[in-house]
Design a protein around this ligand. Structure first.
Ligand code: FES
Ligand SMILES: [Fe+2]
Length: 339
């Protein structure tokens, strides 16, 4: 099973979650407090006071500083302690670690590992989440299962037919073979499933208004360990992009997941659905948000069960893998190399 790779960027929060309040969130087993300074900069500090471990996320702010809610140790956004009670001398070791933080595409990324390796240029992009011409809905569900189970789940969408029937699954998803490609140099796994003539599941029928059968393309692009993109193209049967790539008669949905380990056995399941149609239609936004959350919770329920199954199985249990697992197995290999 896949363990957590360190020295990596992970999504810690949506931008909108980080503000004046102190937000505590555990990432890869490390408790972190996130907040925004007066000039709007997002900050991440270790969420443990150096004195007696009190969580800084349960404390208060004095301007850009955090004042520990237990005995008042006061920290700068850099993590340096600038006040201790009852004495003028501040111990040299009075500092909490600060995390490299980068905010882009409405996601707050933190670097877990040796901070000298944190290169913002390698963070994968999800530009549809805050790009003009697109509308996005989003959420995050806690998963009581290891992150590797969510990797398996998202890299193999044949499960849509069985686990998500009546929402996004139709028989064609499980029946249509996939094409998998691994770009070792870029560190990306691609899995494609193009259905030429498929039933339109309620998720797309209700949001696009298409009534008949559809051409449905699913193109997965996973950049381990954290960012998963599903480029979804929906069009009436036979409607294809032009030779120049223009595709005005199709509906495009970008499904974005950030898979962030909380601990070895729990995961933050960030999900977002961006679309290039019905941009101002609140009814469509509400429908997609509610429907996708339901779908995510179906996955959460199944993976929570699997985590319990794994916890009780004897050592050496052997899985059986088939063609549909090619992408998931490639992702596992890539993640193993990151460690
Ligand atoms: S635990 Fe923070 S000041 Fe004592
Ligand atoms: Fe699913």
């Amino acid at each position: 099973m896949t363990a957590i790779p360190r020295n990596q960027w992970y999504v810690a929060a949506y931008s909108q979650e980080v503000g004046d309040e102190l937000l505590g969130r555990t990432i890869c087993g490390e408790p972190i407090v996130l907040y925004r300074t007066g000039d709007g900069t997002a900050v991440g500090l270790a969420d443990r006071c150096v004195h007696r471990r009190y969580p800084l996320s349960l404390s208060g702010r004095d301007g850009d500083r955090i004042v520990c809610g237990y005995h008042g140790f006061t920290y700068e956004p850099s993590g340096a302690c600038v006040y201790v009670p009852g004495q003028a001398r501040i111990p040299r070791t009075a500092r909490v670690p600060s995390y490299p933080v980068v905010e882009q595409d409405s996601l707050v990324w933190v670097w877990i590992g040796d901070p000298t390796g944190a290169d913002p240029a390698v963070i994968p992009r999800a530009p549809w989440l805050d790009r003009p011409g697109w509308t996005a809905v989003r959420g995050m569900e806690p998963l009581a299962a290891r992150f590797g189970l969510l990797v398996d789940n998202l890299l193999d969408l044949s499960h849509e037919t069985y686990l998500h029937g009546g929402y996004i699954g139709t028989p064609e998803v499980a029946e249509t073979p996939i094409v998998t490609r691994v770009d070792e140099e870029a560190g990306i796994v691609y899995v494609s499933r193009h259905m030429a003539d498929a039933a339109c599941p309620p998720f797309y029928a209700k949001s696009t208004g298409i009534t008949g059968r559809i051409t449905r393309w699913q193109d997965i692009e996973f950049t381990p360990p954290c960012l998963y993109l599903l480029h979804s193209r929906i069009a009436p049967v036979g409607v294809l992009p032009g030779a120049d790539g223009a595709d005005p008669d199709a509906y495009h949905v970008e499904v974005v997941y950030a898979l962030t380990p909380e601990t070895e056995h729990s995961t933050h399941d960030f999900w977002a659905v961006a679309r290039d149609f019905a941009l101002d239609d609140q009814g469509v936004s509400d429908f997609l948000a509610e429907n996708n959350r339901t779908v995510v919770l179906q996955d959460v329920a199944a993976l929570n069960v699997l985590e319990q199954v794994i916890a009780t199985e004897p050592d050496g249990y052997q899985e059986l893998s088939i063609n549909i697992d090619t992408g998931g197995l490639a992702a596992r290999r890539m993640i193993a190399k990151l460690r």
